[in-house]
Design a protein around this ligand. Structure first.
Ligand SMILES: Nc1ncnc2c1ncn2[C@@H]1O[C@H](COP(=O)(O)OP(=O)(O)OP(=O)(O)O)[C@@H](O)[C@H]1O
Ligand SMILES: CC(=O)N[C@H]1[C@@H]2OC[C@@H](O2)[C@@H](O)[C@@H]1O[C@H](C)C(=O)O
Length: 372
């Protein structure tokens, strides 16, 4: 029998809004028992430090390069993850002895798939020492070494969750609307097709923060008061990203922010919510068939304007749209759960990525193990 392990997944995503912590009991294959979830938000000062880390990383050509200031931020990020793990264990009354492994994503500070370069800061060895737990980290690198895009990695977990839809003979598509959006299509034959689908919340967050100082558009209310400025939307939707047959993974900076004066606050937020929804639909043109059901995950599902628009577009094409919760999952926890699942697969030497997910030539495993 395959070994069932208890793993904690840790995700600090492209939105840089905080650390997601989730527990999973799994054999890294078909057995999945979901445990508790905790979101530990970053305060504004640390978000600024992470933005500084993106600037410091921009000139890097070596993924191990760490100018002193970037290394300081890496150590602070790692320390914050250790504190988040301790807070999680305490909050839910879980003994550290019951945990087999931590799956540590770190923070992506640079992602240039065309140059074979992806950098996540986060020191796995330090996290293992501080927590006394084994850590699997740096899970994207080996995929890129083998010619993959290094992202997305969550699809193998989506596929494991899709069983009940497959049994019902439905082609299902998970949409994760985070800082960037990505999707995983699982056909009725179990075949996976996954890729980054466009800008998610990042453009909206940047716009709303520049105009109001708020980190995001709560509920999509600001967008709800605006109208789509077609010329601005077209500028984004005409991006070469949506053309050609090879799917490319995205970096946070790949789509330029809307500039001050280009729209009112409300129209800008509305236009960017439209862009987020329409870019997912444009990307679904690369799927082998129209999904019967979409399952929407990630923070963007809480932007009511974005989701209303996406639902109208998807339903117009004959699909059904469910939130993660309506489908029986947790839309906030899913990425962190995926990092727990991937860590267990890594320990068992199972592949993390596949030709249909990152474009890698053959299935490859990944991750580096650090022990305390
Ligand atoms: N109540 C809300 N209303 C509207 N938008 C929200 C709400 N809560 C979160 N969001 C949006 O969701 C974002 C965070 O989403 P999420 O945590 O899924 O992203 P991430 O994991 O950082 O990104 P990625 O999946 O790209 O790595 C926030 O930056 C914000 O834009
Ligand atoms: C390089 C990187 O960190 N990419 C993230 C980002 O955020 C969403 C999208 O772009 C996806 O490709 C990926 O994260 C998800 C969790 C993944 O790898 O599946």
């Amino acid at each position: 029998m395959d070994v069932v392990r208890t793993a904690i997944g840790l995700m600090s995503g492209t939105s840089m809004d905080g650390i997601d912590v989730a527990l999973l009991r799994t054999d890294g294959r078909g057995f999945i028992e979901r445990g508790p979830f905790l979101g530990v938000p970053y305060e504004a000062d640390f978000r600024q430090r992470l933005k500084r880390a993106l600037e410091l990383a921009r000139p890097l050509t070596d993924r191990n390069g760490r100018p002193a200031e970037l290394r300081d931020i890496e150590l602070e990020l790692t320390q914050r993850h250790a504190i988040a793990v301790m807070a999680f264990l305490e909050r839910f009354g879980i003994s550290a002895n019951a945990v087999d492994v931590l799956g540590f994503h770190g923070q992506t500070v640079l992602h240039r798939p065309d140059e074979g370069l992806t950098i996540q800061i986060g020191d796995g060895q330090q996290l293992a020492q501080t927590t006394g737990l084994s850590v699997v980290y740096d899970m994207r690198a080996n995929d890129m070494v083998h010619g993959g895009q290094g992202a997305p990695l969550v699809p193998v977990y989506h596929a494991a969750l899709a069983g009940k839809f497959q049994q019902a003979g439905q082609a299902v598509c998970f949409i994760n609307i985070g800082g960037i959006s990505n999707l995983t299509f699982i056909g009725t034959d179990g075949r996976i097709s996954a890729f980054d689908s466009g800008p998610g919340n990042t453009l909206i967050d940047q716009w709303v923060e520049m105009q109001t100082g708020q980190a995001y558009d709560p509920g999509g209310e600001i967008a709800g008061r605006g109208k789509v400025v077609a010329a601005l939307a077209d500028r984004y939707l005409a991006s070469p990203f949506f053309r050609g047959n090879v799917r490319r993974s995205l970096d946070r900076g790949d789509f330029a922010p809307l500039r001050a004066g280009e729209a009112s606050l409300e129209d800008g937020a509305r236009t960017l919510a439209h862009v987020a929804a329409a870019s997912i639909i444009q990307s679904t043109g690369f799927l082998p068939e129209t999904p019967s059901t979409y399952i929407v995950c990630g923070g963007g599902r809480l932007n009511g304007t974005l989701i209303a628009e996406f639902s109208v577009m998807a339903e117009g094409l004959g699909s059904n749209v469910l939130t993660a919760e309506e489908a029986g999952f947790d839309g906030d926890a899913m990425e962190a759960e995926a990092w727990a699942y991937l860590a267990v697969r890594s320990l068992d030497g199972l592949p993390l990525t596949f030709p249909g997910t990152t474009g890698v030539g053959a299935p490859v495993t990944g991750g580096v193990l650090a022990t305390p």
